[in-house]
Write a new protein. Sequence first.
Length: 435
Amino acid sequence: MRILGACKELGVRTVAVYSEADRDSLHVRFADEAICIGPPRSSESYLNIPHVISAAEIANVDAIHPGYGFLSENANFAEVCEASRIAFIGPSPAVIRMMGEKDRARSEMAAAGLPVIPGSEGVVADEAAAKKTAAEIGLPVMIKASEGGGGRGMRMVRTKKELIPAFQTARAEAEQAFGSPNVYMEKLIEQPRHIEFQVLGDRHGNIIHLGERECSLQRRHQKVLEESPSVALDAETRERLGAQIVAALRAVGYSSAGTVEFLRDASGKLYFIEMNARIQVEHPVTEMVTGVDLVKSQIRIAAGERLDNVVSTFSQRGHAIECRINAEDPVTFVPSPGRITAFRVPGGPGIRVDTGAYAGAVVSPYYDSLIAKLVAHGQDRAEAIARMQQALDGFVVEGIKTTIPLHKRILAEPDFVAGKFDTGFLDRMTAAAPK
C-alpha cells in the first residue's frame, strides 16, 4: 500500500502480485492491475522468481519494487530482473550480494574506514576454527549467520562449554533459514543500543545520509518500536559518523535507499554490524523528521534521476516514534491470526498510520504478523510520546489480539521516557511484569 501510494503520486501505473491467501488484500484492490502468482506458501508465490518475472512480463512492466521482505535483498532476483530488462528498484546485484554476506560486508566497511566489532576474518569454517577464534577474540562472543538477519542463525556464547553446541545450532539454523551454514563470530557488546543511519544514493555516484534511528526496543532481535533522532547521539557524532558512512558507501558504488546499522556500547563507541540494502519497515520515522519521501526517491533514482533533483534540501525537524502493531498476544507474543471484526485508526496532528488492514480482513498465518505501523511526530520527544499515547488509546482492533497494550506499557515506563534503555530493555520489562 505504501508503494502504491508513492506510484500514484508519480503518475505511475501499478501491477500487484498476490498469493491465493492475499486475494482480498487492499493492495490487490487498489492496484491498477493484479496477478495471482501462486498458493499461500511463500516459496510457491512471493519467493518464486519465475512466477514473479512471468507476471511482470505478462503485464509488460518497466520496473519491480520488491518491498522490504521476500526478494528485496536477493541478488539473484535482481540479476534476473536485469536480464529481463526490468529495472530492479534497489541497489545493484553486486552490492546486494556483498551486503548480504555479512562477514564480507564487515570487511568491506572496515576497509572503507567504518569502525567494526572485533571478530573473525570471514567465515568460521569448523569447530576447531570456532575454538581458535573465540580464544583470540575473548569470551563472550556472538555467532552469526553470514547470510542471515532477524536473529536467525545467531547465538550468544559466554562460556567455553557453550561454544560448540552454539556453533552447531547456529550453523543448522543458518542452513535452514538462508540455505547456507556459513557463520562468523564477533565480540559480544554488553547492553548495547541499536542505532542505524538511513542513506540514499543515486546511480551517478552521489550519496547522502538522512540521520539516524534508534531501534533498541527489540524482542528476540526483532524491532518493536523505533524513533528518530536517537537521544544517545550528539550532533558532533552524527556529523562525523554520517560523513564516514557516505564515504564508505560511495567507495562501493551504493545506490537506492539503504540502512547502515551500528551497536553503541556503554562508553558511547559505535561499531558497524551490517547493512540492509533495501527500504526498512521503520522508514516512516525518517520521513516524518526530514520530509523526504524515501519510496518515491527510490523509484525516481531507479529511473535514472540524480539525487540533487530527487532530494533538493532537507533538515531534521522534531522527533518521530513508530510502534509496530503486530497480530500477536501482547503478553506471550503468540501469533493471533484471524478475522478483524472492527478496525479504527487514530488521527490528529502528527499522526500517521501505514496499514493494509481493514474491518473484515483476515490476518493470515502464512506471513509476518505486522498489520500496521503507527507513527507520531512532535516538536520534541516529549510531544511525540504524548501524541503516540493518545493515538494508541484511539486505535481499535477487534477480533484478534494485537501488541497495542504492550506499546502502551513501553511508553509509560519511566526509563523509556528518560531515554535510558538498551536492546535488553524489553526483555527485562516483560520478565518483570506480573504473570
